[in-house]
Design a protein around this ligand. Structure first.
Ligand code: BG6
Length: 473
């Protein structure tokens, strides 16, 4: 409103995340008129960069058409830069002065949003410095943080406790950017807005659920970071588990953020800690033609690394709705195709299985494989698709990036698409024992070639874990 001013402060403004995601998302919001009327965007980082230079860097990652050039110019007018450290009181006091100066001394409400695009090593000191020195006393304060939230249950708790010493849970927005993706946001609507799905969304009709994330790229220069974390922490424990909990949750009492997240937590709490017997690990090697490097050729990856770049795991949700239905999660880098998909399995026994596919990316789509009579004089059954491909159905010129959607939520104070602390705890409880075991016993991943479908034993592994029908219809 007219009576408010909002300052968005990006910490780690000279880093990758800020350039690749945060600034382009803010530009998208600006262009479509979703940023508050009175708003400043302040970049903050250690390096001393001239404002001009900084703006050049920001624009290098923002794609604009000729007609948008003027909009970009206007966007850059609200962008400024301030340098300082992440652990010195004076630096934060200086930042506070910088922001106050931009906000002006009038009596409008002064909201401040802090976006921590920072490495975990400075998370705690920065969140403390911000609270003590830069916190707005005349408006709302919101702190955006992003994974890694620790490496296991204990380290995540340490981080949570340090954050909650200074910030109220209500002020903390933990990003999992998959929650900002169009199709992930559509999941609840599909499930609870369609009686046809609601009726069969349980163990009596669904034989298995598969959630798949495939990337064609390898770690590409991020090997140093990646080697510390591995694919389970990078993708499965957060992105895939968010999808799993929305697919599996019960109907929330209302769409209110707490009600929605209460249901998600219930799902997570019904899952036992993952056992090593239910996991398949892989690591990519160079491609057959030698054109693509193997994981161990990436900078920062030690030669004896056993970090997994591929993982498949199967989970049981021990509640009335799902007990006995395998939820098979797969994720990997350097595979044959790029795809994120969620297939809540077959809905009806008999002929072929009806498969409902919810494709998150690329090319958002919902389709269901159905049996159809072959048209013509034949009576043969053929598998066809009821198909809701977004590009055919909707005339959207573009679907906003996940970060755009999430930053807009933060501006509105809407929290359903952010991770609550107990959700995070519950997810870590499921993965911590197996992660520790893998590390302690140095369990070797099965090698697969860059650009292949993953470890060779994958299909057999899925057969063994996937289609057990111990109950049902
Ligand atoms: C990030 C992971 O969280 O998600 C990356 O750290 C991964 O390793 C990325 O590449 C995938 O996100 P998207 O939006 O490209 O599917």
């Amino acid at each position: 409103t007219e009576k408010e001013n909002t300052a968005i402060i990006i910490l780690g403004a000279s880093g990758d995340l800020a350039f690749k995601k945060t600034y382009p998302a803010l530009f998208g919001l600006f262009k479509n008129d979703f940023l508050p009327k009175s708003c400043q965007i302040i970049g903050y980082a250690r390096s001393e960069i001239k404002l001009d230079e900084f703006k050049k860097r920001i624009t290098s990652k923002i794609k604009v058409s000729d007609e948008d050039k003027a909009v970009l110019e206007r966007f850059l007018e609200i962008c400024t830069y301030c340098s300082g450290s992440y652990d010195k009181k004076e630096s934060f006091q200086n930042l506070d002065k910088f922001v106050t100066n931009l906000e002006g001394e009038d009596d409008r409400k002064k909201n401040r949003i802090f976006y921590m695009a920072l490495p975990p090593t400075v998370f705690i000191s920065a969140s403390e410095g911000l609270k003590e020195n830069v916190y707005s006393k005349k408006g709302d304060n919101r702190l955006i943080v992003e994974k890694p939230f620790g490496k296991d249950f204990d380290s995540s708790r340490v981080l949570s406790r340090a954050l909650s010493k200074h910030w109220k849970e209500d002020e903390i927005y933990r990003i999992d950017h998959y929650l900002g993706k169009e199709m992930v946001k559509n999941l609840m609507m599909l499930r609870f807005g369609n009686v046809i799905f609601g009726a069969v969304w349980n163990r009596y009709y669904i034989s298995n659920v598969q959630i798949t994330f495939k990337e064609v790229i390898g770690t590409e220069g991020r090997g140093g970071y990646f080697n510390e974390f591995g694919i389970i922490r990078d993708i499965m424990q957060n992105h895939l588990f968010q999808i799993l909990s929305i697919v599996a949750m019960g109907r929330p009492v209302t769409l209110d953020a707490e009600d929605v997240r209460n249901e998600k937590v219930k799902v997570l709490r019904s899952i036992k800690p993952l056992s090593i017997d239910d996991v398949l690990l892989g690591q990519y090697t160079r491609s057959a033609d030698g054109k693509n490097k193997g994981y161990k050729d990436d900078e920062g990856v030690p030669q004896d690394s056993y970090t997994a770049t591929f993982a498949a795991a199967v989970f049981n949700i021990a509640n009335e709705r799902w007990d006995g239905v395998p939820f098979i999660l797969k994720c990997g880098k350097a595979l044959d195709e790029a795809k994120a998909e969620d297939v809540p399995g077959s809905i009806y026994p008999g002929l072929a299985r009806n498969e409902l596919v919810i494709r998150i990316q690329p090319k958002e789509a919902v389709y269901m494989k159905v049996m159809n009579k072959e048209p013509g004089l034949s009576n043969a059954a053929v598998i066809s698709e009821l198909d809701l491909s977004y590009t055919d159905r909707y005339s959207l010129s573009r679907i906003p990036d996940a970060y755009e959607s999430l930053i807009l939520d933060v501006l509105k104070g809407e929290k359903s698409n952010f991770v609550r602390d107990d959700e995070l705890d519950a997810a870590w409880k499921i993965f911590t024992p197996v992660l520790h075991q893998i590390e302690k016993e140095k369990i070797k991943p099965e090698l697969y070639e860059f650009g292949s479908r993953g470890p060779a034993s994958l299909s057999r592994w899925i057969e063994n874990h996937g289609y057990k029908r111990t109950h049902g219809y």
